[in-house]
Design a protein around this ligand. Structure first.
Ligand SMILES: Nc1nc2c(c(=O)[nH]1)N[C@H]1C(S)=C(S)[C@@H](COP(=O)(O)O)O[C@H]1N2
Ligand SMILES: [Mo]
Length: 384
């Protein structure tokens, strides 16, 4: 037997066909669309363009969108693997020789698919590692994730446009066509239906492990999650401990005061704050890394504190933590969140004084915002 490199026709499983690629491609398309849109929401929460007004109700909106983001991204991993397996024999299709217009088209198509596949693989892999709270790379995660997202969506739109004739031809289930191939397709192995079931099952399984980070009854299936609902001091997970943030001493110091820089600067001791009217809210922490959980918070309304400092109604506020140099040591409250009747400088959590790891003596809690903006160990509010 003469050895030769494989050609496209050597891959004879009936599952390497456009119908399978179309069906799995549809699922993948939905996962990518959900992931992209929810990702934009999260990005704009953290980097709000001037023209954008973000809603603060329902209070769980961000929790749901970010949960969907992480679930759709996780589910996309087995879907992408299945899709690549279905179509990889196309890699062995021979480019026509001598170079013709058709060969050029094929090359351009392969180029755009290379971008789509490599960007998607990088995006899903780094996103997944992020949900495991592992950042083993030197670049800033969110900005890179955002840029890759646009690259993926752009090349995906191009890919769909190029494949549109094939997609529409295989959108509906068709009777099997007589094989145009002289070699009949292999009839052993998985059927299409079995493949679809396997892929859907794998997607559901990994999806559930992601959902388990937010839905308490499912927390035991969150097998990969570093943080699970209900597990942590005061029944709430912790992302960064006081020790890791280097605030153990300053946060416990008897000299702690809250300073408000505004038209009439103010300074409050913890006793002063406790003596002010207290508000109770039930709001979730929704971490960008995928876990979320609701809790009872009590403390002083930010808008009352701002009023005491003579801040205007539409003031923006910079929130400063005792933490030095951490990524989340400073955050900003846009006017609509600063004056919200649910936005607190929280002093208590689930009925007792804040645990040091949850931000003692005082932290921000606001409705429908990413966890990264719920600043802990606050000691300064600046009216901007
Ligand atoms: N100062 C400061 N605040 C912070 C953080 C931090 O690292 N430093 N982490 C944030 C992140 S990423 C999340 S998800 C929430 C988690 O709050 P918790 O630890 O009280 O559950 O706190 C936020 N507040
Ligand atoms: Mo977070």
């Amino acid at each position: 037997m003469r050895l030769r490199p494989p050609g496209e026709k050597d891959f004879r499983s009936a599952l390497h066909d456009p119908r399978v690629a179309t069906v799995i491609g549809r699922w993948l398309g939905i996962a990518f669309a959900v992931c992209f849109l929810t990702g934009l929401i999260s990005h704009f929460q953290q980097d709000t363009p001037g023209w954008l007004v973000l809603p603060s109700r329902p209070v769980w909106a961000y929790r749901v969108t970010q949960g969907l983001h992480v679930v759709s991204g996780t589910v996309a991993i087995p879907l992408l693997l299945a899709k690549l397996w279905t179509v990889y024999p196309r890699l062995f299709a021979k480019l026509p020789w001598p170079p013709s217009r058709r060969a050029l088209n094929m090359l351009a198509e392969r180029g755009s698919i290379t971008i789509l596949v490599s960007a998607s693989a990088l995006q899903l892999a780094t996103g997944f590692l992020n949900t495991l709270q592992w950042y083993p790379w030197p670049f800033p995660f969110r900005q890179t994730h955002y840029a890759l997202a646009w690259l993926i969506i752009g090349s995906l739109v191009l890919h769909i446009a190029v494949k549109l004739p094939l997609i529409t031809a295989h959108w509906r289930r068709t009777r099997p066509e007589p094989a145009s191939d002289p070699l009949p397709a292999a009839t052993t192995g998985l059927t299409r239906r079995a493949l679809f079931r396997t892929v859907a099952g794998a997607g559901t399984l990994v999806g559930l492990t992601a959902v388990g980070q937010s839905v308490t009854p499912l927390r035991d299936v969150a097998v990969l999650a570093p943080r699970r609902p209900g597990v942590g001091p005061q029944g709430l997970p912790v992302n960064r401990t006081a020790e890791a943030a280097g605030v153990l001493a300053t946060a416990r110091s008897a000299d702690w005061r809250l300073a408000i820089a505004g038209p009439q600067p103010q300074s409050f001791s913890l006793d002063d704050l406790n003596a002010l009217p207290q508000t109770e809210v039930r709001l979730p922490i929704a971490c960008v890394e995928g876990w979320s959980q609701s809790a009872h918070w009590a403390g002083v309304l930010i808008r009352d504190l701002l009023r005491s400092a003579g801040a205007p109604h539409d003031a923006r506020v910079r929130v400063v933590s005792l933490e030095q140099n951490g990524f989340y040591a400073v955050s900003e409250l846009p006017p609509r969140f600063a004056r919200d009747p649910l936005t607190l400088l929280a002093l208590r959590l689930n009925g007792s004084v804040l645990d040091i790891d949850h931000g003692y003596p005082a932290r921000i809690i606001a409705p429908s915002r990413p966890g990264v903006l719920q600043t802990k160990w606050v000691h300064r509010l600046e009216v901007l």
